[in-house]
Design a protein around this ligand. Structure first.
Ligand code: PGA
Length: 265
C-alpha cells in the first residue's frame, strides 16, 4: 500500500523583502495561513525569506505558532563554523528554521553550485535535523535537446549521494525546470508528473521502495493560485515550491486550493 504523503506548499521569496517589509507582510499573511491550516489537516506551509529576514519572520511565527507552518532558509554553507565570510552555517539555520532550500537553479547558475557542493550541504542539513528541499531541473537548452532525463539522473545521483539510511525519509526534492521559473510558462502537469515519476524511481533505486514512498517531491516553476490544483491533483506530486506567487497574499488562496485537493487525494 502506498503511504499518503502530506502536501507541502513552500514559498521561496528569493531576494525580496528585507526585515521590515517581511515583518509587515507576514503580519497579514500568517494569521490567514494559520486559519487555513486549522481547517485542513494534510497541508504544510514553509516560508523561505532571505537570510537577513529570518529572525523577523521567526518572531511572527512564534506569536502565531502552528506545527504545520514552518520556516526555511534559501541556502546555507555545509561547515559548522569558521572563517567563511558571508556564509550561514547549518547550526545557525537550525536555531530558527526547520527547512532549507538547497541547490536552487539560481544558486547553480549564478553562484556555480555543483552537485558535489549541493550534496555536502544536503548531508550537513540532515546531520543538523534540517529538512532539505533539494532542487533539480533542466534548463531550456537541455529541455529542447531532449536531455531532461540525463540531467535529472546526474543531478539526483550527485546531489543525493550517500544519505544516511535513517534520514532518507526526511528529504524533500523539488523538480523545477529552469525554463518554467519566473517565466509565467509553467510546465504542464503531465510533463512535471513524468519527471517526478522518474525522480521517484531513481530515489527508489538509491534508497529503496520505502524511502521512495515517503520522500516528498514538489513541482516548481510559475505556480500560481490558478494552476496549483492541476499539479497537486496528480498522485505523485506532493506540493509546490512557489516563487513570485509567494510574495503576495494570493499565496493564501494558492494554499487553500492545494489543501482542498489534498483532502480528496
Ligand atoms: P517562480 O519561482 O514560482 O517565480 O517561477 C519558483 C522557484 O524558483 O522556486
Amino acid at each position: 500500500m502506498t503511504h499518503t504523503r502530506s502536501i507541502i506548499i513552500a514559498g521561496n521569496w528569493k531576494m525580496n523583502y528585507g526585515p521590515k517589509r517581511a515583518a509587515s507582510f507576514v503580519q497579514e499573511l500568517v494569521p490567514q495561513l494559520v486559519h487555513l491550516l486549522h481547517q485542513h489537516q494534510h497541508i504544510i506551509n514553509v516560508l523561505c525569506p532571505p537570510t537577513i529576514s529570518l529572525s523577523a519572520v521567526h518572531s511572527m511565527l512564534a506569536a502565531h505558532a502552528h506545527p504545520r507552518l514552518a520556516l526555511g532558509a534559501q541556502n546555507m554553507y555545509f561547515e559548522e563554523q569558521g572563517a567563511y565570510t558571508g556564509e550561514t552555517s547549518p547550526l545557525m539555520v537550525h536555531e530558527l528554521c526547520s527547512y532549507v532550500i538547497l541547490g536552487h537553479s539560481e544558486r547553480r547558475a549564478y553562484f556555480g553550485e555543483s552537485d558535489e557542493l549541493v550534496n555536502k550541504k544536503t548531508l550537513a542539513a540532515l546531520k543538523h535535523s534540517l529538512r532539505p528541499i533539494v532542487c533539480v531541473g533542466e534548463n531550456l537548452q537541455q529541455y529542447e535537446a531532449g536531455q531532461t532525463e540525463q540531467v535529472i539522473r546526474t543531478q539526483i545521483a550527485g546531489s543525493l549521494a550517500d544519505l544516511p539510511e535513517e534520514k532518507v525519509n526526511e528529504l524533500v526534492i523539488a523538480y523545477e525546470p529552469v525554463w518554467a521559473i519566473g517565466t509565467g510558462k509553467a510546465a504542464t502537469a503531465e510533463i512535471a508528473a513524468n519527471v517526478i515519476d522518474l525522480i521517484r524511481q531513481l530515489y527508489s533505486s538509491m534508497y529503496g521502495n520505502g524511502a521512495a514512498d515517503m520522500v516528498h517531491i514538489l513541482y516548481g516553476g510559475s505556480v500560481t493560485a490558478s494552476n496549483i490544483a492541476e499539479f497537486v491533483a496528480l498522485p505523485d506530486i506532493d506540493g509546490a515550491l512557489v516563487g513570485g506567487a509567494s510574495l503576495k497574499l494570493d499565496f493564501v488562496e494558492l494554499t487553500r486550493k492545494a489543501a482542498e485537493i489534498a483532502q480528496s487525494k
